[in-house]
Design a protein around this ligand. Structure first.
Ligand code: NAP
Length: 470
């Protein structure tokens, strides 16, 4: 039985099927039905025409019931993620846990109103009135999500929209749509009214681009690559945009760092989720004096990251999303080596598997570190001091997140001030966050509008101001 695209909660049947295969061994993970332009237009119309918005209490209850259902089906969802994305099962389980949190926090936030009251008799020009603010749902939100967190990325769009009471049309990645469709089924079973969520897969021109251009869509929330994000920003027209794009995050290791901690953070940041996190560590900037010892320990540590069959309990690093991506990563490693870099661990490709790779003496202008390398690569680069590290960190087009390993508060404070990016984590990986904290980048990584459950709810609503004589 294929998994069906959903039009206003109803299955789309009898359309061409998309076959999803495991990047590890090509096994069929499942089939999904696709949507046409007519389905796309109908999904937007159903969202815009929906009038029966559930109360805050009801929205909260739906999100909470979905959380309970996901808790009960944790393993099934984890295995679905692994089957279609090739991510190690332990990573998939972690992702399901994060999504449980998204549902929990969204359920809580659905009950909360952030409205304000302004007394107007506070100035010479004022008078005895009061101004109030309230958040109103939008007519229709569109969400477009990437492959790298097939469940959590989807949850971060869908759950805040439900909390806000805004109907949504979701276009998940064609590489990992099964998890998204199962998640939508979970919400529908929890009582979500059909028109509040459509999930459409299909040709880009008929689904994604049609959604982005549609004049009745009030907001497009996109997470994905920089080129697609920039294309969306030119085709969307007059509507709100939330863009969460690529990253090239540095981990800065200063010579006063706890070296064991630094090595652990470097390995976790570079290799978790097969290096396919927007906030993965993409560049390790180590102060000269400790670079040799740090690298020796990192190479040693890398042995713990067993790479192989993603369904195997012992595996810590599964595949990247497909063989073409693994070949591309292999190519940027070869280019760096040709420019003088040395591979000290890993660098071996088998199909879509690329073993965790530690590479040193990477030139500062190598493609591997100037552009985003979406895989388990740990390029180590030497820096003179914190100023040099900040300069190198800021030198790319990206500005998503960063990590700094130091025991000096003065260094931490200078780094927080000097790094041009959305997040600075001291003694943590760049990817550290909780699901409700504000998250998002600047420069090519995004427009500075944050996500995270609380901020996303703001994105899916508008503030209405009204005043009363008082
Ligand atoms: P992608 O190629 O940009 O695709 C993302 C989504 O956009 C997919 O659903 C894709 O559909 C869709 N799409 C493709 N062309 C489109 C168009 N012309 N108009 C509208 N939508 C279109 O990204 P990806 O390779 O899946 O994901 C990896 C990227 O996401 C990395 O760059 C990573 O850094 C970034 N990312 C960023 C964040 C963040 O929060 N900043 C988080 C996670 C990932 P198809 O599947 O049909 O191609």
């Amino acid at each position: 039985m294929p998994h069906c695209s959903l039009l206003a909660g109803e299955p789309i049947e009898g359309t061409p099927l998309l076959t999803i295969r495991s990047p590890y061994d090509g096994a069929v993970a499942g089939e999904v039905t696709t949507a046409t332009r007519a389905h796309t237009l109908a999904a937007v119309a159903a969202a815009v025409g929906f009038r029966d918005t559930p109360t805050r209490y009801r929205r909260s209850a739906i999100l909470d019931a979905a959380r309970v259902a996901l808790e009960a089906r944790r393993e099934e969802f984890a295995r679905t993620i692994t089957a279609e994305a090739g991510l190690a099962l332990r990573e998939a389980r972690y992702e399901v846990g994060r999504t449980v949190d998204v549902l929990r926090f969204a359920s809580m936030e659905a009950l909360r109103d952030d409205g304000q009251i302004f007394s107007c008799d506070v100035s010479e020009q004022g008078r005895a009135r009061k101004i109030f603010t309230t958040r109103e749902p939008l007519r229709c939100a569109v969400a477009i999500t990437p492959f790298n967190h097939p469940l959590n990325q989807v949850a971060h769009k869908v759950c805040p929209a439900i909390a806000a009471g805004t109907p949504m049309v979701l276009k998940p990645s064609e590489k990992t749509p099964i998890t998204a469709l199962k998640f939508a089924g979970l919400l529908r079973d929890a009582g979500l009214p059909g028109p509040m969520l459509s999930v459409l897969l299909g040709p880009t021109a008929e689904v994604a681009e049609e959604l982005v251009r549609h004049p009745d869509v009030d907001v497009v929330a996109f997470t994905g690559s920089v080129p697609v994000g920039k294309r969306i920003s030119t085709t969307a027209g007059y509507k709100k945009l939330v863009l969460e794009l690529g990253g090239n995050d540095p981990l800065i290791v200063l010579d006063d760092a706890d070296l064991d901690l630094a090595v652990t953070l470097a390995a976790e940041g570079s290799f978790r989720n097969s290096g396919q996190r927007c906030t993965a560590v993409k560049r390790i900037l180590v102060q000269d004096g400790i670079a040799e010892e740090f690298t020796r320990r990192l190479v040693e540590k890398t042995r713990e990251y067993v790479c192989g069959d993603p369904m195997d309990e012992a595996t810590r690093v599964g595949t990247v999303i497909d063989e073409a991506s693994a070949i591309q990563l292999e190519t940027v490693v070869h280019e760096a080596v040709a420019a003088g870099a040395r591979v000290l661990a890993g660098g071996v490709r088998r199909g879509a598997l690329l073993s965790p790779t530690v590479i040193v003496d990477v030139p500062r202008d190598a493609r591997m570190v100037v552009c985003e390398s979406f895989g388990p690569l740990a390029p180590v680069m030497k820096v003179r001091d914190l100023d040099d590290a900040i300069a190198v960190a800021n030198s790319t087009a990206y500005g998503l997140s960063s990590g700094v390993v130091t025991t000096g508060l003065h260094h931490a404070l200078r780094a927080i001030r000097g790094l041009r990016c959305g997040t600075v984590n001291i003694n943590e990986v760049p990817g550290f966050r909780i699901e409700s904290s504000p998250f998002g980048g600047i420069k090519d990584s995004g427009l500075g509008i944050k996500e995270g459950v609380i901020e996303s709810i703001k994105g899916y609503t508008y503030v209405k101001t009204f005043s009363l004589p008082w």
